[in-house]
Design a protein around this ligand. Structure first.
Ligand code: MOS
Length: 746
């Protein structure tokens, strides 16, 4: 089904099931520990051996020798794979560094060997007996020092640089100006379930039970890396203990398990040990961001400039901190740049709301600072500069390396937003949070030893739509099975997919069986970039439309007037049960939603406002968050319970980014020092106060037949700045470098 005209009335609009706060279908399985995670799949294949991965001890250079003798002789050891016996390996198109290193080493803890043994303990002990000699090469590890070498590079098809009007002249002439530099830290996804895989070969066929957000990308990448046909690979990932972008790509666990299983000639299971994850996998790059804003005395922005620097391995993407600045606020003269410098740290890649989470962390402090200079309320200043069209629609042709395909994919110049209710988010939030109680002057509110402050920030995140397929099958008992390779990373995919099918077919939730995360199912959008919920349910919608047609035809009813309800199809006074029409054979249908054009004519984004109250200890500088409110405008909310869980989870992650999360770089040897959950601090329950989420009622007919949008990443966007702004309001200390730890406040 091609989606190219705004969605009109359709069965989803009934909202009998869709839009209801239904608890997650997989909830009991996950909370009782019975959801089978990849590493726990003892049931799927017998004779599993254990693999243990050894990471490189240097960040850059070469291996000069590997001595395996002692490891091979260790009890229980079955085989060892290194680059010397792995055979020729390619690279998945989504991997920046090689997943198996050697002799060249590209980053610290790059996998260089896997030991397979009868037990995990034997594999681990033997791995530590491998003797590796290295020749170290000079590496570059310090973003601040390498910043001047940054080259412009966009992300997700956007250009590296953009310009509208004459920024420099307008900025110089502006009545009021801000020029400030901000920084965000390197961050780790720190999901609960580590990367893990069981690999088994059957002849030339490979099966991976793994933990991955994007089944089709994983199948494609493992096939490319091993140089085998994609049809010979099966990837299975029905339950996932968190991803946040870390599991968007094929990672070492899957490749090394596959190589190890081939060498050992039996199934091999591998879990990345926690202390390997930060340096072996991907992280969110730190950024340095310079923001300049020029405004008239009445608060109208006349010039806005945002330059962002990040680091990555050669060929890696940029953390495009200025991306949202092209669309968020009005202003006639503008410039943005996303620059990336080569750093020989582990690969930087997507982490929840890549680009915007980093960009808004800086931009939304700048907006707070500028409002103060203008003597305006921060909300009033933002409303003054609201826009219903995209003020900067620079096409990638501005980028020399842009391809024709990039250009074709770009929106029209200055497209309107499909729906933008940002101002409403501010208004609803301000009222609910009692924003009027905020003191404009910092340091004025006190509660004993605690300094109290209120802060807010805009939330903004693009809404991406992407093709997604599903198949549905009705059986003789009237049960409906949905199959799609969509994943549920804890987000509620099972539940909203079941709700969609139930609504479309008039079948109760209890009779819908959703099967996900298997490469033998139709290829879905997968879970990433907050596109999964809206796109994958749209794919299920498309398949159900076909199934409805097939059923109507069997009943000999005109599809346009047929009603699907109470497990029946009815037309005027006639009706049949779905079960009887399905018969012994059952009825099946499969289709794919394809987004054809509307996403280019309109800018689709999601909007919100974050409000935070903090208390800062006047003597120690300790920050405690007292209240948090998020107001979100993200299209139709398919399930307010799962959507709320997504948003509060994202808000919690924003607290981490604001107050504690930082992978610290050893600038001599080029690795993240605090590479485990003891040293890498994330919020715990005691750090999180009462959180409230309000969804603005809206439907966006441009976004999809579901009229929904993404929300799982919107929730983190702007949180860090809202906290930082609240801390400023409490203390009068403006911290521009994250995380805002107490040493920066006293
Ligand atoms: Mo998301 S960072 O695309 O999983």
């Amino acid at each position: 089904m091609k989606f190219d005209t705004p969605a009109k009335n359709n069965p989803i609009d009934q909202m009998k099931v869709v839009g209801q706060p239904i608890s997650r279908i997989d909830g009991p399985l996950k909370t009782t520990g019975t959801a089978p995670y990849a590493y726990d799949r003892y049931d799927v294949v017998s004779n599993q051996a254990y693999g243990y991965i050894l990471g490189s001890a240097i960040a850059k250079g070469r291996i000069t020798s590997i001595n395996l003798a002692a490891a091979k002789a260790y009890p229980g050891v079955i085989s060892i794979v290194t680059y010397q016996n792995a055979g020729k390996l390619g690279k998945g198109k989504l991997n920046t560094a090689h997943l198996l290193g050697g002799p060249e080493i590209q980053h610290y803890h790059q996998a260089i060997a896997i030991v397979v043994a009868e037990t995990f303990e034997q594999a681990r002990a033997a791995a530590h007996l491998i003797q590796v000699k290295y020749e170290r090469a000079k590496g570059y590890f310090d973003l601040q020092a390498e910043k001047h070498k940054g080259v412009a590079k966009g992300d997700s098809g956007g250009p590296g640089e953009s310009a509208v009007g004459d920024f420099e002249t307008a900025y110089t002439a502006a009545a009021l100006k801000l020029d400030a530099t901000y920084s965000t830290a390197h961050e780790s996804h720190a999901m609960m379930e580590p990367h893990a895989t069981i690999a088994a070969w059957d002849g030339g066929h490979l099966t991976l039970w793994t933990s991955n957000q994007m089944i089709d990308w994983a199948a494609d990448s493992i096939a490319k890396t091993l140089g085998i046909n994609k049809e010979k690979v099966r990837v299975i990932s029905p339950y996932i203990g968190g991803g946040f972008g870390a599991k968007l790509f094929l990672r070492t666990d899957a490749l090394m398990a596959a190589l190890a299983a081939r060498a050992a000639q039996r199934p091999v299971k591998v879990s990345l040990q926690r202390a390997l994850i930060p340096n072996n996998t991907t992280h969110r790059s730190a950024t340095i961001q310079r923001i300049r804003i020029g405004a008239q005395a009445d608060g109208l922005i006349t010039a806005i400039g945002h330059e962002s620097w990040s680091g990555n391995l050669p060929e890696g993407r940029s953390e495009a901190g200025s991306q949202q600045t092209r669309s968020l606020y009005a202003g006639a003269n503008r410039m943005t740049a996303n620059r990336v410098s080569i750093l020989d740290l582990p690969e930087a890649n997507a982490m929840r709301a890549p680009n915007e989470a980093s960009g808004l962390a800086a931009l939304e402090i700048a907006m707070d600072e500028m409002a103060e200079k203008l003597g305006m309320d921060p909300i009033e200043f933002r409303i003054k500069n609201d826009t219903q069209i995209v003020p900067d629609a620079t096409k990638p042709s501005a980028d020399k390396k842009a391809t024709k395909a990039d250009e074709k994919d770009q929106p029209d110049a200055n497209p309107p937003f499909s729906l933008r209710q940002l101002v409403k988010c501010f208004q609803v939030g301000a009222k609910k949070f009692e924003w009027n109680k905020r003191k404009a002057k910092p340091g004025e509110l006190r509660d004993g030893r605690w300094l109290i402050g209120l802060g807010m920030a805009t939330a903004y995140r693009d809404n991406v739509v992407t093709k997604s397929a599903a198949r549905v099958r009705l059986d003789k008992r009237g049960n409906l099975t949905v199959e799609t390779d969509m994943t549920d990373i804890g987000t509620g995919s099972y539940t909203i997919i079941a709700q969609t099918a139930a609504e479309m077919m008039g079948i109760p939730m209890s009779k819908i069986n959703v099967r996900l995360g298997d490469s033998t199912f139709p290829v879905s959008a997968g879970s990433g970039g907050q596109w999964g919920g809206n796109s994958s349910t749209s794919g299920v919608y498309a398949a159900c439309v076909k199934l409805r047609e097939a059923i109507a035809q069997k009943a000999n009813f005109p599809i346009d007037d047929a009603v699907f309800a109470n497990e029946k199809i009815s037309h005027q006074s006639q009706s049949f049960t779905l079960a009887e029409l399905a018969g012994h054979q059952g009825i099946a249908a499969e289709d794919m939603i394809e987004f054809a054009g509307l996403d280019k004519k309109y800018k689709q984004s999601t909007f919100g406002a974050h409000f935070v109250e903090v208390a800062v200890d006047a003597y120690t500088g300790e920050t405690r968050i007292r209240r948090m409110l998020a107001v979100c405008a993200a299209g139709r909310i398919l399930n307010p319970k799962t959507a709320r869980s997504q948003v509060i989870g994202a808000m919690t992650m924003g607290v981490g980014a604001a107050l504690m999360e930082s992978l610290e770089v050893d600038k001599r040897y080029g690795y993240f020092v605090n590479h485990d959950l003891a040293g890498y601090e994330i919020p715990v329950h005691a750090d999180i106060p009462h959180q409230e989420v309000i969804f603005i009622e809206e439907t966006d007919p441009i976004s999809s037949p579901m009229k929904a949008k993404g929300v799982g990443e919107l929730g983190i966007c702007g949180v860090a700045a809202a906290i930082s702004n609240a801390i400023y309001n409490a203390t009068g200390v403006r911290v521009r470098d994250y995380p805002v730890t107490l040493d920066k406040l006293i």
